[in-house]
Design a protein around this ligand. Structure first.
Ligand code: MG
Length: 299
């Protein structure tokens, strides 16, 4: 464990309550953090090393949760508090219960997914996830090389209760991170397939479990925007290159938190839900905030 802290510039937003702490380093490329209340820990993926790590908040130690995990990436909790995660290797969205992995969905109209990347569960239990090609690329660094079987990179909504699967957004290049607004009437999706130096966050109206109308550009922060979360006031906390940016629901920049490494994903957690955990290149970081995540309690 390392305990280096990085002073964060004066914050007039009132949104953060401490300095950035480096909790652990030694990964190759970290993604997919989620707070697991049952164990008071943060699970996260070290994709090229094909393992899931767990930071135990009580002890401060990080240990391997499982090896040979078929290249998991993003994860969240379902309505029962179980971990739902994306697997590049299985080309699937899966649930882990008691150390056992159950594939929930791995194909659409007879075609395998590319490599599901990030996932959210809505209050109705529906699982929304993105499907860019990073886990089937030729290098094999983040999965097994393979073909794009349905010929695109879509955002899907899967209803485990009915078994219904729908391609809900088909216009993005490489949809990646996603998050719902507090009232679940907006879906934010990042697109890492755009060329250029700017990130790209789109927002879509959601009605009745469907996307309603056209998407809009929400923000284009500097650097890559991969994962993002929304707080109870509708503010968007997004990775933005070597930083986390906090944007108002109108897209106005409220706060930028510099980070020594390129940030992939963020999640809220901790006993009262006010701690923001960041996976950033080789390391896991934490910064205390004054807010909590939208949606179901993460405690
Ligand atoms: Mg991602």
């Amino acid at each position: 464990m390392t305990d280096a802290t990085h002073a964060t510039p004066a914050d007039s937003s009132g949104l953060i309550a401490g300095d950035l702490e480096k909790l652990w380093t030694g990964g190759e490329w970290l993604e997919g953090p989620v707070w697991v209340p049952a164990t008071q820990s943060v699970w996260f993926s070290d994709i090229p090393n094909n393992r899931i790590l767990a930071f135990d908040r009580t002890s401060g130690e990080t240990q391997v949760h499982r090896n040979a995990v078929e290249y998991t990436n993003g994860r969240t909790l379902d309505l029962g508090g179980q971990v739902v995660q994306c697997s590049h290797g299985r080309r699937a969205v899966e649930r882990e219960v008691g150390g056992q992995v159950e594939v929930l969905i791995d194909s659409w109209n007879g075609h395998r997914f590319n490599s599901p990347n990030d996932v959210v569960v809505a209050s109705d239990g529906a699982i929304w996830f993105t499907d860019p090609p990073y886990g089937i690329q030729e290098s094999g660094r983040e999965g097994h090389p393979g073909e794009q079987e349905y010929g695109g990179c879509f955002v899907f909504r899967f209803d485990p209760a009915s078994g219904e699967l729908a391609a809900v957004i088909t216009e993005l290049v490489h949809p990646n991170g996603l998050a719902l607004s507090p009232d679940e009437r907006l879906l934010y999706v990042t697109d890492t397939g755009r060329t250029g130096d700017e990130g790209y966050i789109c927002v879509y109206d959601v009605a009745g479990g469907l996307i309603a109308g056209e998407g809009r550009v929400f923000a284009t922060p500097p650097g890559t925007t991969d994962g993002l979360r929304v707080d109870t006031a509708g503010r968007v906390w997004t990775s933005a290159g070597s930083a986390v940016q906090v944007l108002s629901a109108d897209g106005e920049l409220l706060l930028e938190i510099p980070v020594p490494e390129v940030v992939s994903n963020v999640c809220f957690g901790g006993p009262d839900g006010t701690e923001l955990y960041l996976t950033a290149s080789a390391s896991l970081y934490r910064i205390r905030t004054t807010v909590t995540q939208a949606g179901r309690p993460v405690r």
